[in-house]
Design a protein around this ligand. Structure first.
Ligand code: NAP
Length: 388
């Protein structure tokens, strides 16, 4: 059960604690934020309303912890992530219970979200070991005017402190999709969970705590986005913001300083139905796509564009050539052919264009986005050409 057994230490009376410096803490604000159960309309949980001073401390420890984490061997980072993933999956029941009570996620989908999140963490650990284990070696004489007197070695280095802000509808999955890439790449991470979904996220963070990550490397500060959001996103200690949500992201992008942004915002998710479409497939997908999880999925179908001749029935196309032509012509980040819009599987790149996003989600892209390239150039006194 949520807040009991292994999770008892994250609860103080009827208020969930926040997580900083490897410990569960009460806020000095002595204020709490109520989480309403959408089904009963009553207060289900309470979380701490963290102060600006507490945010400052979290940023300081995140910065310190990151310095030694970046020197932790990649395989060890991966090992800890695998451990966290296993603990998360083992404790899917209490976390799923929170998802049901905080965001009215159907029970089966709630369990799926936790298991999928564990898998995402493990996959990210694997992917990180592969892609971060490789760099590039360049020679200077491929550029006109140069002899081979310079060798350039490039590697991917961490950015520092990543601020992660996920939305209410996938508070666990969209939190770990930021946490895991940040950590495998050698960054530290500060999570600001959505208020509705905060307790699920706190339980998830406890699984990372139990896995044994160093103190200060992961923190979770709770409070209303409208109250501490600006302070967090404009904090000078933040080196990258990964945000998923609505138009709040547009406002954040205008306020954030010169830090990389990963913004995954809302879209229109139109379905196009051509004359030759399999109408049974279309109908099933549009209904599922529009109404599953009460239409609260970010990729829920919002618009259906149907050729007049099949308007009484419905969609897609059996003609892959037409599908590709339409896909190419559409100014949109992600196109699904013959299925309702969807984000997953979690390793597929998923992105928006214009006001619906900056950058790209998906395991590999998130790891790359949370790193930058460092070049080390070796200058030779005389040209040197490698002989075969
Ligand atoms: P939201 O209202 O934009 O909130 C998202 C997050 O931002 C929450 O954690 C919220 O905290 C926080 N926040 C609020 N004000 C802030 C501020 N001033 N500074 C920093 N953070 C602030 O979105 P939502 O209603 O939770 O989620 C639904 C939206 O997410 C929809 O538009 C949906 O399309 C989008 N979404 C997109 C994807 C994708 O992959 N592209 C996936 C899922 C959802 P509080 O909860 O405390 O306010």
């Amino acid at each position: 059960m949520a807040g009991t057994g292994l999770f008892a230490e994250i609860l103080d009376g009827d208020v969930y604690k926040y997580y900083a410096d490897g410990e569960w803490k009460k806020s000095s604000s002595a204020k709490t934020v109520a989480i309403i159960n959408p089904t009963t309309r009553k207060t289900q949980y309470k979380v701490q309303a963290c102060t600006q001073e507490e945010v400052n401390k979290v940023m300081e420890s995140a910065k310190t912890a990151q310095k030694s984490w970046a020197k932790t061997p990649l395989w060890k980072r991966a090992e800890l992530l695998h451990k966290a993933a296993a603990i998360l999956k083992e404790h899917k029941a209490p976390i799923a219970e929170c998802l049901v009570k905080e965001i009215a996620k159907p029970a089966k989908d709630a369990v799926t979200e936790v298991v999928r999140s564990g898998d995402l963490v493990s996959y990210t650990a694997e992917e990180g070991v592969r892609i971060l284990g490789e760099g590039k070696f360049l020679v200077s004489d491929s550029f006109p005017g140069n002899e081979r007197t310079k060798y350039c070695l490039t590697s991917k280095i961490p950015l520092g402190v990543i601020l992660a802000i996920p939305p209410f509808n996938y508070p666990v999955n969209l939190a770990v999709s930021k946490i895991a890439p940040a950590l495998i790449a050698g960054n530290s991470l500060v999570l600001k969970p959505p208020t509705q979904g905060a307790v699920s996220a706190l339980h998830m963070v406890h699984c990372f705590h139990l896995a044994g990550f160093p103190k200060g490397l992961i923190s979770c500060v709770t409070g209303k986005g409208s109250e501490i959001g600006d302070f967090l996103t404009m904090h000078p200690g933040v080196n990258c913001i990964s945000f998923t949500g609505g138009d709040t992201g547009i406002a954040i992008s205008k306020k954030a300083g010169m830090v990389p942004l990963q913004m995954e915002l809302g879209g229109k998710d139109a379905c196009i139905v051509l004359e030759d479409a399999d109408l049974d497939l279309v109908a099933a997908n549009i209904i599922k796509g529009g109404f599953s999880y009460s239409g609260q999925r970010c990729t829920a179908v919002k618009v259906v564009l149907v050729m007049e001749s099949v308007a009484d029935g419905c969609v897609f196309t059996k003609d892959v050539n037409k599908a590709i032509l339409i896909s190419d012509a559409m100014e949109t980040g992600t196109v699904q052919i013959n299925s309702a819009p969807a984000r997953g599987p979690d390793h597929f790149p998923f992105q928006g264009l214009k006001d619906s996003g900056i950058g790209s989600q998906g395991v590999t892209n998130s790891i790359n986005m949370m790193t930058k390239i460092k070049s080390t150039v070796i200058n030779l006194p005389t040209p040197s050409y490698t002989m075969g």
